[in-house]
Design a protein around this ligand. Sequence first.
Ligand SMILES: Nc1nc2c(ncn2[C@@H]2O[C@H](COP(=O)(O)OP(=O)(O)OP(=O)(O)O)[C@@H](O)[C@H]2O)c(=O)[nH]1
Ligand SMILES: Nc1nc2c(ncn2[C@@H]2O[C@H](COP(=O)(O)OP(=O)(O)OP(=O)(O)O)[C@@H](O)[C@H]2O)c(=O)[nH]1
Length: 440
Amino acid sequence: MPKPVVAVVGRPNVGKSTFFNKIAGKRISIVEDQPGVTRDRIYTEVEWLNNQFTLIDTGGIEPKSDDIILSQMKRQAQVAIETADVIIFMVDGKEGLTASDQDVANMLRKTNKPVILVVNKIDAQHFTGNIYDFYQLGLGDPLAISSVNGLGLGDLLDEIVDRFSDDSGDDYEEDRIKVAVIGKPNVGKSSIINTILGEERVIVSDIAGTTRDAIDTPFTQGEDKYVFIDTAGIRRKSRINENVEKYSVIRSLTAIERAEVCLIVIDATEGVTEQDTKVAGYAHEQGKASIIVVNKWDAIEKETNTMNTYTKEIRNELSYMPYAPILFVSAKTKQRIPQILETIKFVSNQHALRVQTGVLNDIIGEAILLNQPPSDKGRRLKIYYGTQVAVRPPRFVFFINDRELTHFSYTRYLENKIRDAFGFEGTPIFIEYREKGGDE
Ligand SMILES: Nc1nc2c(ncn2[C@@H]2O[C@H](COP(=O)(O)OP(=O)(O)OP(=O)(O)O)[C@@H](O)[C@H]2O)c(=O)[nH]1
Ligand SMILES: Nc1nc2c(ncn2[C@@H]2O[C@H](COP(=O)(O)OP(=O)(O)OP(=O)(O)O)[C@@H](O)[C@H]2O)c(=O)[nH]1
């Protein structure tokens, strides 16, 4: 089941970033040992009372003029309404109620998503009188917090996890492959989706009802079932100016969260951009299968080595996902478009691949003979045995003598040996170590 997404919206300066950093600083444990993966501070993974969720800061509005602030706030709220499971609407208890708070509240009241009204900057008990005005917003009881002093944060986290509904997960069939099509504005996401949907034997399903269906596109090809996740902003072209980079990143993050396979679409005429690196890094960290789709291949002047040169550049920029297949396509000429669904099906199977413990240990044994594990001060890392503990993504646990003796490069070596033997194409694999005889 995908993790719920919680989005914070509110006027500039109400304290969204302060709140976000406070929550992140306390509870986040950043995995720093993955080289090349950029961490984007607009989201953080939060764990509270055994509930995990992704917190997104939609902030960063430039306070140029009241008009601009208001229109940007509306857009921000719209993105939150469409993508989040719970929305935190943050207002400023020091400044009091403003007209733009009213406007945004009007939008938020219309959604059936849970909205929590939070009054920030209530730094001491005697300020609590400031919160009564906010009842007018019609969003229920305001919750007083002080992000700076850390007051009320526990209560707020309780409220948030209370609002997660049991059915916030997707109720698609087990065998329907969930695909997120991600990439910067204008790379050709909707052209690719529409070309695939227009292919022979592709039938767009017609199930209406839940909110999810309104934004997703389920379809079948022969026996195979797929769904493109969060196509609302992609296929419907009426969306006004969705080109603010940050919103497109937020959309991508929430789509990745719900998907199994990510199509990372890159514009051949532009190459890999910083935003692609960020978003692809997120797909990797979240353990999703990925395919790199280089679109607009028709628009490139080709020489003998163009594809190789391109491949090198992509491998270099997205160095943390050497496992991802690269497809050079053109939505315009339909070149290699049929390969997209084939590859999706393929990597989805790889993502769910489970290897037998016996065979795995034969491979590990051979790998160890070929290249001795690292040692330190005369003690050598011993790997007793390994086993695959999960699929989607594949996770392995290796039982060892001493975690201190493990080394990133040796883990990478073992990962490569596993890939050589079993494939796991298109999917990250994760290796964890446990000390045998320890208290775990
Ligand atoms: N007194 C008080 N000040 C706060 C509190 N939280 C934030 N602030 C202050 O409010 C100002 C704005 O905080 P930010 O966290 O940058 O606000 P923001 O909502 O993220 O603003 P944007 O990034 O522009 O959207 C800063 O000067 C903070 O120190 C609080 O709980 N109490
Ligand atoms: N030459 C060429 N142009 C393409 C191709 N695919 C898309 N385009 C053009 O690129 C532009 C953007 O395509 P869209 O499909 O709207 O891109 P998008 O990624 O969905 O864009 P947003 O909705 O803004 O995120 C359009 O003008 C398309 O005609 C392609 O394969 N070759």
